[in-house]
Structures are given as C-alpha cells and as structure tokens.
Design a protein around this ligand. Structure first.
Ligand code: SAM
Ligand code: SF4
Length: 447
C-alpha cells in the first residue's frame, strides 16, 4: 500500500454525515485509496458538509481557503490534489461553490456519493470541475461495497433518509430529499456485517428515524418497532439505539418496545424545539407543548428508567420573552438528561427566513446562555443520580491514563474505569462513584 493514493476526509454536522463519511472512505478504499489524517499528504480531500446552520456552512469556505494553499504547494512539487465538497452544502449551493472557491474539483450531493470514484476519474480526465446534485434514480446503498470490518464496538447504520415534514426553519427536506426507508433485509445484512466485524451496539439513523417504513422480508411494511424487534434477533448484537425521532411519529408499538425489548437502550432523543404553542405552530412542528408532555408521560409509563434528550431552537422569528420562558418551563417540567440547543439561524429558501420579526442576535445569545445553564444543571443532576448505582457499561476504547477504559452507560454517558484491555467490546457492571462535566467514573464490580 506504500504508494496508494491518499484521501483526507473532514466531516461536519450530524451522525448521518459521520456514517456517510465512513461509507465513502470504505468505497474509496476498495478503489485503492488509503485514509490519511494529514492534509498535506492527501491526493483527494473530501469535505462532507452541513447546511443546517449558517455557521457550519460558512466554515466550509474558510476551510477551502486553507486547502487551496495546500493544493497550490503540492502542485509546485508535481502532485495533484482533487478537492471534493460533498454533503448538504454541496446539494444546496451546487455550482456556486466552484464560483466562490475555484480550486474545488467536485461538488457532490448526499445522494450521489456512491459515484465519487467515477467522478474523480472524470474530473481528472476532463480537467474541469463537475457538479453532481441531481437526486439519482438509483439508490446509493445498492452501489456501495459491503461494510468493511469496523473500527470500533459501536456503529451508526442509516435506515431512513430525507424528510417531508417541512419544519419552516429547516433545510433538510431540500438537501436530503424526500423521506425514504431502506429495506429490512438490507439493514439486517449491514448490521450482521458490522457485528461480524466486532460491533456490539448499533445506532439506527434517520432524519426522522421513527417514521421508518421499510419493506420487510415478508413484503409487509415494517415500522421502526418491527425493525428493532427484527434486529434484536441478531446474536452478538447487544444494544440498539435510534435517532432522531419526531414526536409525531412516536407510535404505541415503539413506545411499548422501550418497555419490552431488552436490547433497546433506555435513552431517547426527542426534539421539542420550543415550549410555546404559537411558535410550534409557526415552526410547523404539528404538536403542542401539552401533546409533547403527555407523549413523554406515556413513554415513561412504558419505561420509567429512561434518559431523555432533546433539541431546542431559541430566537425563532417573533419569539417573545414569555414564549422563551415557556421553553424554559417545559424543559424544567419534563426533566432531561441532555440537550442540544441552538440559536435560530435563517436558512436560504426556508419559509422562516422570510418571516417578519427576526430576533436580534444579542437577544438570541442571551436566551441561549440562560437555556444552556438550565441544561447543564439538569445534566449534572442526572449524573449525580447515577452515583452509587451499578450500570452495565460497554467498553469502547482505552482511556487517557494507562489501565483505564472508556465506555458508555445505557444512558449514553461516557464512563471511565480502571479495566483490563480484554474488557474492550464487553458489557461490564460498573459501580458509579463520581462524575465530571461530561462523564461518569466508577469501579468494576464482579459479574
Ligand atoms: N429531524 C430532527 C427533528 O425533527 O427533530 C432534527 C434534524 S436537524 C438535523 C437537528 C436539529 O438542528 C433540529 O432538531 C433543530 O433543533 C436544529 N436546527 C435545524 N434547523 C435549524 C436552524 N435553521 N437554526 C437553528 N437550529 C436548527
Ligand atoms: Fe428538519 Fe423538521 Fe424534518 Fe427534522 S422534521 S429534518 S427539523 S424538517
């Protein structure tokens, strides 16, 4: 492999992009590319981009400035570099990227990255930039190689893509396209390959993963609960998670699965975005704050030992102080183990971008800081509640200190413990003795 071509991949944004980057790297490896973490060595640079908020999108252009310098320096010593912008910024901005950053050779949308190898060859042969942002007829998953042995004990697996919910703030329906579910046999094949390669925990991914409706092996349409039950039968697969869910698609069967599927972890990411009904309606979320609360009550009745996390946007157009207070109130009333909170970012082409009464930046920043304080308090309270309990921890990798391993609790917290390396990939009882800002620590207990 000494003179294999090298590929450098930088991933922005959500877990689906992490998954897509892995699949791209695996496909390119089958074509002779070795992965590098050094930009200067790379014959191919891939930026897998995120368009969800302005900051993430702009970061791509600042990175491209630096990468162009590397490309120029390599050209001086006779090495050529292909720069590919992939993912949601590619989909949203298309040829505009090449106009703003002419060093870019390829612009490829998230549904076309299975064609990367062919596009690289074409851009080289034709010596011009190519833009591929059509939503192709064929399904990319059918054109990617089987999963390579995994690099870890946990893995993401995309089962559903796209979204037709059209929340008024969100670019996903435009960048990822319409909702689409992969067939159960395809998902199962991939999960089995991951498990054969050492994976013990799989997180099923989708923009609205609980809207999953894939074709089952018996031609019946499978819901996410059906899929979870089906995958639970895979020997060696110990844990299942799924993300991200929409409150509207949380059906009774899936709620029940939280109570009776032991492999399904007691953790649920369920965004509520705002605690004010007027804002929820303007966001087109299709639920009220009270409906969200009663949904959570039903889920907790099925599984009382559940860690909940959520997404929240502050400063949506027209949000008043009282409406923001309603968000804080809902958050306090429900109680969460974790949350991702964001300042509203106007996105080109979305209805909210054109709404009156955009909230000033300083107001958004102040609201975000207040919310994040509450989030942190509840996160610490949740961690404190784990102290003294013995939790099953799946050890994933060595810790910073020798003799230490890091794993995950069922609630997705990082857990540090002194443990022998043989415990990597195993689920071991750990008595939690303390916690830091973002992790727990504990002592292994005999099984
Ligand atoms: N499909 C998921 C749902 O409906 O909850 C979320 C997908 S989105 C990739 C992740 C999160 O980004 C959203 O839940 C929302 O909180 C946030 N987000 C999306 N668009 C945003 C915007 N324009 N400004 C700020 N945050 C945004
Ligand atoms: Fe975006 Fe709403 Fe779809 Fe989530 S449900 S991806 S926030 S449009």
């Amino acid at each position: 492999m000494g003179n294999a071509r090298k590929v450098y991949v930088r991933t922005f944004g959500c877990q689906m992009n992490v998954y897509d980057s892995e699949r791209m790297t695996e496909a390119l490896s089958a074509q002779g590319y070795a992965e590098t973490e050094t930009l200067d060595d790379a014959d191919l640079v891939i930026l897998n981009t995120c368009h969800i908020r302005e900051k993430a999108a702009e970061k791509v252009y600042s990175d491209l400035g630096r990468i162009r310098q590397v490309k120029d320096a390599r050209a001086e010593v006779g090495s050529d570099t292909v720069i590919a912008v992939v993912g949601c910024v590619a989909q949203a901005e298309g040829a505009e990227i090449v106009r703003r950053a002419p060093a870019v050779d390829l612009v490829v949308g998230p549904q076309s990255y299975h064609r990367l190898g062919e596009l690289i060859a074409r851009t080289r042969a034709e010596n011009r930039a190519l833009v591929e942002t059509q939503f192709p007829e064929e399904e990319k998953f059918n054109h990617l190689p089987q999963r390579a042995p995994s690099r870890g004990v946990t893995a993401f697996l995309t089962v559903q893509e796209g979204c037709d919910k059209f929340c008024t703030f969100c670019v996903v329906p435009y960048t990822r396209g319409m909702e689409y579910s992969r067939a159960v046999v395809e998902v199962e094949k991939e999960a089995r390959a991951l498990v054969a390669g050492g994976v013990r925990e799989v997180t099923l991914l989708g923009q609205n993963v609980n809207g999953y409706h894939g074709e089952g092996p018996d031609r019946r349409t499978y819901s996410l609960a059906d899929l979870v039950r089906h995958l639970s039968g895979i020997e060696g697969l110990e844990r299942l998670r799924y993300t991200t869910s929409h409150p509207r698609d949380m059906d009774d069967d899936l709620i029940a699965a939280h109570g009776n599927e032991p492999k399904l972890m007691p953790y649920l990411h369920l965004p509520f975005q705002s605690g004010a009904d007027r804002i929820l309606a303007a966001m087109n979320r299709k639920h009220t704050a009270a409906e969200y609360s009663s949904l959570v009550a039903r889920i907790r009745a099925a599984q009382p030992d559940l860690a909940l996390s959520t997404d929240i946007i502050v400063g949506f157009p027209g949000e008043t102080d009282a409406e923001f207070q309603a968000t804080l109130d809902l958050y306090s009333q429900i109680g969460f183990a974790a949350a991702y909170s964001f300042k509203y970012s106007p996105r080109p082409g979305t209805p909210a971008e054109k709404m009156d009464q955009q909230v000033p930046e300083d107001v958004k920043a102040e609201r975000l800081a207040r919310l994040q304080k509450l989030v942190e308090q509840q996160q610490q309270a949740f961690a404190a509640g784990c102290v003294g309990r013995t939790l099953p921890v799946l050890f994933e990798r060595p810790g910073r200190r020798p003799g230490q391993l890091i794993g995950r609790s069922p609630y997705l917290q990082s857990v540090y413990a002194e443990a022998p390396a043989e415990m990597l990939g195993r689920i071991v009882p750990v008595e939690i003795s303390g916690f830091g800002p973002n992790s727990l620590n504990g002592v292994i207990r005999p099984e």
